[in-house]
Design a protein around this ligand. Structure first.
Ligand code: HEM
Length: 481
């Protein structure tokens, strides 16, 4: 290429970049016109890309810059959104005015991804409403109590096998350990499969689950593209969010399990059983549920009640997608030492520790809601660390949630499982599972922190979710039982 051609090419490139910049920033007077205080993406995203700011902190920049405002504006690339600071306003959006804010900020339609598009989290409008009403009886206190037996026997067996296979003190990264055990538990209670990650660490369920829920690598890039250009961009590029072999694997497992159970009249207290009841329209809220005690400070109540109008029709694919989507949630008088549901409910201090952990480190740093075309997001992370709601917020202090102190906390400022009819459907299960795993970890092992673990914890800036930069390393020393 001669010098003239180079000049033309560079000029065209500069023009293209300029036009891209103009297109990308064309909306940037949006909040100026509405006299709303706002942050431009450059500084926060700049610090995020150079590794100086965690994505969750970047998302909550307006909360820190405008501490006295009830809300502020922000942009995700070209898209304007409102960051809600005031817990009263959050309540209004997520509960009182829920009809205006039914959807999360990005949905995935079944046409774009036949699998993920059928999971409750990504559904919108009426299809979400029918799905939620259909699914919620599967998550009530009495159903959780029935599932508890499966859960506790898995947790006990897994920790016992780990202790038996351990010679003396071992060093373990416990996030990885809990993720593997969590996957086994979900394979058991969602799919009716017995998986053993201690003896078979690379089992196919673990591999598929890891690919399905990944937020880094190719999967991370796909989610990034959805955030950038909405699902239209993925449709245009012809990309499926769920890898096809992963969706086929789950559908095949579920179809075979359903066939086997129907042919052999097998009943097991797991999600497949409950979803099959939903398919036959015989899954309902139990009378007994009304009387159940609260499962802890953190669990959230169900808002929608069932109706016979257009009940959801459950195909095998719907059942497989619902059961698989529960993998996203994986990421915690004793007599003979076996944990019972009642004993777990009475473990107040364990509940206080979990609740304080979810306050200081909410795994979903932000909640999102869409109103027409723009979107609203509420910053859980910043609110739960605001000294006006939680004095000395950086101190890890489970006593905040003791019986004597919990009335001092404004419930509207505690949002790890979201708020309103679109809150987390699996909060009871998540707590039950985490408590059960922790209980048996301490029953079978003495646990000591390893020097490889950073104290205080250093966040991994490159991860979308909250994660420790150098892992959570502990020494496990088997106990004499
Ligand atoms: C510590 C663990 C967990 C945390 C912190 C968590 C948190 C959340 C949050 C913040 C939301 C969005 C709520 C909102 O927008 O207001 C959500 C939604 C959801 N979660 Fe969880 N979750 C956890 C575990 C689980 C588990 C174990 C399951 C299933 C077994 C589950 C199933 C769901 C579903 C289906 C939704 C979508 C609900 C809807 O759109 O109606 N989660 N979760």
């Amino acid at each position: 290429m001669n010098a003239f051609a180079w000049i033309i090419a560079l000029a065209l490139l500069a023009l293209a970049l300029y036009l891209l910049y103009r297109w990308g920033t064309a909306n940037y007077d949006y909040f100026e016109q509405r006299r709303v205080p706002y942050v431009l993406p450059f500084s926060a995203y700049g610090r995020m890309l150079t590794g100086k700011l965690h994505p969750v902190d970047a998302a909550g920049e307006g909360y820190r810059v405008f501490p006295d405002e009830r809300f502020s504006g922000f942009f995700v690339f070209r898209q304007p959104g409102y960051l809600i600071h005031d817990p009263e306003l959050i309540k209004q959006i997520t509960i009182k005015d829920f009809d205006h804010f039914v959807d999360h900020s990005f949905n995935i339609s079944p046409e774009l991804d036949p699998f993920l598009g059928r999971s409750l989290f990504f559904q919108s409008g009426n299809s979400w409403k029918h799905g939620r009403i259909g699914l919620s009886p599967a998550f009530t206190g009495s159903k959780m109590r029935n599932m508890f037996e499966l859960l506790t026997s898995y947790c006990e067996g897994a920790m016992r096998r780990l202790a038996e296979s351990t010679k003396g003190k071992i060093e373990k990264e416990v996030k990885d350990l809990f993720q593997r055990f969590g996957n086994d538990i979900m394979a058991s209670i969602s799919f009716g499969m017995d998986i053993d990650s201690v003896r078979d660490p690379d089992n196919v369920f673990h591999q598929k689950g890891k690919r399905f829920t990944a937020t880094t690598g190719i999967q991370g890039l796909k989610f990034f593209l959805v955030t950038l250009g909405g699902e239209k961009l993925l449709k245009w590029l012809g990309i499926l969010l769920t890898p096809r072999d992963v969706a086929d694997f789950y559908l095949d497992v579920v179809s075979r399990t359903i066939k086997y159970r129907e042919e052999n009249s097998v009943v097991r207290p797991d999600f497949i059983h409950l979803l099959l009841q939903a398919r036959k329209n015989i899954l309902h809220h139990d009378q007994h549920d009304e009387k159940l005690e609260s499962a802890g400070f953190s669990t959230v109540e169900e808002h929608l009640t069932s109706t016979s109008e257009n009940p959801k029709q459950w195909t095998d694919l719907d059942i497989a997608a619902a059961a698989a989507s529960f993998f996203f949630g994986v990421q915690e008088e004793l007599g003979d030492g076996r944990l019972t549901y009642e004993a777990m409910q009475r473990m107040k201090y364990l509940d206080m520790v979990f609740t304080e952990t979810l306050r200081k480190w909410p795994p979903f740093g932000v909640l999102t809601r869409k109103c027409n075309k723009e979107y609203v997001m509420e910053n859980v992370h910043a609110i739960q660390r605001d000294p006006q709601f939680y004095p000395d917020p950086m101190r890890f202090d489970p006593e905040r949630f003791s019986d004597e102190n919990r009335h001092l906390i404004n419930q509207d400022t505690f949002l790890p499982f979201g708020s309103g009819p679109r809150n987390c459907i699996g909060s009871r299960l998540a707590l039950m599972q985490a408590k059960c795993l922790l209980y048996y970890l301490f029953r079978y092992f003495t646990v000591e922190i390893s020097e490889r673990t950073d104290v205080p914890l250093q966040l991994d800036i490159t991860a979308l979710g909250l994660s420790a930069k150098n892992g959570f390393w502990f020494y496990l020393i088997p106990r004499e039982i």
